[in-house]
Design a protein around this ligand. Sequence first.
Ligand SMILES: [Zn+2]
Length: 107
Amino acid sequence: MRPRATGTEVSRKAAIRIRIRRLDLGLTMKQLTQRLADIGCPLPESGVWKVESGYRANITVDEAVAFARVLRMPVERLLGPGPACLVCEDRPASGAACLNCGADGGR
Ligand SMILES: [Zn+2]
């Protein structure tokens, strides 16, 4: 269940943003999957997991829009520039951490 660093920076950030936002909204993976289906974007739960975990970077434009809609965020916030984590602004590294927002990065 560890996120994987594949794909471009855009898709990696999108994956992190999807996860952060889903958890912020208190949605389970199953609920997110259901909501996507409800608005006409049926994906298997395993497919949603792959997107969120960065195992599948090549999501379609329709899927990106659907994720943004169900997560109630602008598409440009999902795909745009800027840090994935607005709390620490992706600064960690060194010892690493975050994944919103266990910050750290020290020592
Ligand atoms: Zn953070």
